[in-house]
Design a protein around this ligand. Structure first.
Ligand SMILES: Nc1ncnc2c1ncn2[C@@H]1O[C@H](COP(=O)(O)OP(=O)(O)OP(=O)(O)O)[C@@H](O)[C@H]1O
Ligand SMILES: [Mg+2]
Length: 255
């Protein structure tokens, strides 16, 4: 089995050296738990080691992400200039965009092997608001209704169907893909769309939970197809080099 090393210190050992090549991995967690930083490190380390990457931004801009990455010593400007990384900003205010075609073109352009999609949940909400847009993206025959915008709340079945549709359209692109999405603080609870966790090949849950008088960051591998993955909850830190994961059974960060 070919593996895709994340290069995130301490992480690869939890998944037999990396993600199975070509797989789709869900990163779930509540706000501020480290999902985007992990995604940036994954794309950066890949591009520095011969695997180009596309970062699809939906809830942030390329500029903001590159600035965030700079804090951890990652120079994405240079990698972009060298044609190793593309930040693709999904234009969510334009209802005629063809997201998946543009993503595919970006991947082709730099022969990318990795992708981060940040985030599935946000795109799901946007597509749910514009039912006609979703039709436009998923069916060539349904573009007549582009101006119709849904005003009522999105129901959970819509969320499930849209998540399914997004994942179905990303999978043939063939990259080893990290799909960032919203998650709960409660270990073991399902993703909001009730579908993505079943459809993806792997899940990493990110937590930031109160222990005594402080919060502690941790992650666990919820699933990883074709992999004997760690069954532990792993504490991690966000350092000036990014995420550093504690190895199994070691309390590395005991203070
Ligand atoms: N230089 C730094 N050193 C240590 N921790 C940092 C540093 N910069 C940011 N952080 C921490 O990382 C968190 C942000 O991480 P990140 O952007 O990856 O979260 P996220 O899970 O993507 O959140 P969201 O769902 O809101 O996008 C901040 O809330 C902060 O606690
Ligand atoms: Mg984020």
């Amino acid at each position: 089995m070919e593996r895709c090393s994340t290069g995130v210190t301490g992480f690869d050992d939890l998944v037999e050296g990396g993600f199975p090549k070509g797989s789709m991995i869900l990163l779930t967690g509540s706000p501020g738990t480290g999902k985007t930083i992990f995604g940036l490190q994954y794309i950066y380390n890949g591009a520095m080691n011969g695997e180009n990457g596309v970062y699809v931004c939906i809830e942030s801009t390329p500029e903001a992400l590159k600035k965030q990455a700079e804090n951890f010593g990652m120079d994405f400007e240079r990698l972009e200039k060298e044609g190793k990384v593309i930040f693709y900003r999904v234009p969510t205010d334009d209802r005629k965009f063809g997201i998946f075609k543009k993503i595919f073109e970006s991947v082709e352009k730099i022969h990318a092997k990795r992708m981060v999609f940040d985030s599935l949940a946000t795109l799901n909400i946007i597509l749910g608001r514009f039912v006609s847009l979703w039709d436009y993206e998923t069916s060539s025959a349904a573009s007549s209704n582009l101006e119709k915008m849904r005003s009522s709340n999105i129901n959970s079945f819509d969320m499930m169907v849209i998540a399914n549709s997004i994942i179905e359209q990303l999978r043939p692109i063939g990259t080893t893909t990290l799909l960032i999405t919203y998650g709960s603080e409660n270990p073991g609870s399902m993703a909001y769309d009730e579908a993505s966790e079943f459809l993806c090949d792997g899940i990493i849950d990110f937590y930031n939970l109160p222990i005594g008088i402080k919060y502690s960051r941790s992650m666990r591998i919820g699933k990883m197809r074709s992999t004997n993955n760690s069954q532990y909850i792993h504490e991690f830190r966000i350092t000036d080099k990014g995420i550093v994961v504690s190895p199994a059974e070691a309390i590395l960060f005991n203070e």
